[in-house]
Design a protein around this ligand. Structure first.
Ligand SMILES: C[S@@+](CC[C@H](N)C(=O)[O-])C[C@H]1O[C@@H](n2cnc3c(N)ncnc32)[C@H](O)[C@@H]1O
Length: 259
């Protein structure tokens, strides 16, 4: 399995993954707190180690101070370039791919990695990673834009995909339809009539438009109203306003899985 069109740009925007990291702290924190070995892998950290540095800092501050983050990269040049940022034992960098270099982490975050692969390779990559997780381990796999304003990710465990989360920076969100461009690889080609994710985005966009009267109270109020309307329309939206207010929307995977 070879990545296609590997991104060769030499920078990564700091804070790009803040949205998913905060969600991980909130949603996966207990699992990590209970883990006998608090080992986390940042798979495919990219041109610079900044996303791994930030993940370690966020987990150490928000979940447990003894977290150990290993940044794994398939590109040996990027592994060498990251070494000055290492801070063992809490943060190290090594060469590795979906086989996780023999590690058995409690959590893997793989962001903006699978988009370089074919849709048909996603299931195999997911299984290769989830087969190697520690018991009870989790994989968070997703995509975001350059500045991290729009993102979407799938949470998986050993039994497969569990949820899809869409997330947007509400102060810059024109319309939820923009999230379609950042769907995870498993869904990005499924935003077509007849597919559930297409229906979800259409309903969310309609609800956002219908909630225009809330705009004077700020985009957060408008988003909260739109998410409530989507739930009222029958979508099994998870969580409650405490998470929605961050510009998130999480659903069970079964509600959006490709047909
Ligand atoms: C676009 S960068 C993403 C960087 C960072 N995760 C982010 O979201 O900003 C994708 C990285 O994934 C790496 N990559 C591609 N396939 C991989 C694999 N199977 N295992 C580990 N890294 C991989 C590439 O070398 C590249 O550095």
């Amino acid at each position: 399995m070879r990545p296609q069109g590997v991104v060769t740009r030499g920078t990564t925007n700091p804070n790009r993954l803040r949205r998913v990291d905060n969600w991980i702290v909130e949603t996966c924190g207990d699992r990590l707190r209970d883990a006998p070995d608090p080992l986390v892998v940042d798979l495919g950290y990219g041109a610079t180690p900044v996303t791994a540095v930030e993940l370690r800092a966020r987990l150490a501050a928000g979940v447990r101070a003894d977290v150990r983050v290993v940044g794994l990269e398939i590109d040996p040049v990027r592994v060498a370039a990251a070494q000055p940022a290492a801070d063992p034992p809490g943060l190290t960098f090594a060469r590795g791919g979906f086989e996780l270099a023999g590690l058995r982490p409690a959590l893997v975050r793989a962001f903006n990695v699978l988009r370089q692969y074919d849709e048909g390779e996603v299931g195999g990559a997911w299984r290769t990673v989830t087969d190697r997780l520690a018991p009870g381990g989790l994989l968070v796999e997703g995509t975001c834009d350059e500045l991290g304003r729009l993102g979407a990710w799938v949470l998986l465990d050993a039994d497969g995909p569990r949820t899809l989360t869409l997330a947007a920076k509400l102060t810059t969100l024109g319309s939820p339809a923009a999230l379609a461009e950042r769907l995870p690889k498993a869904l990005i080609h499924r935003n077509v009539p007849g597919e559930r994710v297409h229906a979800l985005l259409a309903d969310l966009d309609d609800a956002w438009r219908a909630a225009a009267a809330y705009a004077p109270f700020g985009p957060r109020q408008r988003w909260l109203r739109a998410v409530a309307a989507v739930r009222e329309a029958g979508w099994p939206v998870a969580g409650g306003p405490r998470r929605w207010r961050h510009g998130e929307l999480t659903l069970p995977w079964a509600a959006v899985a490709p047909r």
